[in-house]
Design a protein around this ligand. Sequence first.
Ligand code: ZN
Length: 100
Amino acid sequence: MDEDSDMPLLCHRCGCDLTPGEGNFYVVRIEALADPTPPRYDEDEFARWTAEEIDAEINSLLDEMKHLSEQEMMDQVYRRLTIHLCGRCYRRWIENPAGG
Ligand SMILES: [Zn+2]
């Protein structure tokens, strides 16, 4: 699972060397999930759709998806990444995680 275990560990922000076992860095796991709420249709409107209109809607969705690779589709819905931060960068980052 940890595919970069052979790579030297570097701080994601400042690039300094991190030494496993010395307790001087943090592993930050970020999970990003697209809004998991299913799209809501106006039921009255949906009931007025003909079978052809529903077919056309499905086809246009499929058509859009054809342009995306499986990976791209996954990326749109779910991303998970792991970054390493040295203690100094971590303490700055955790105060403002969304600030870049
Ligand atoms: Zn750093």
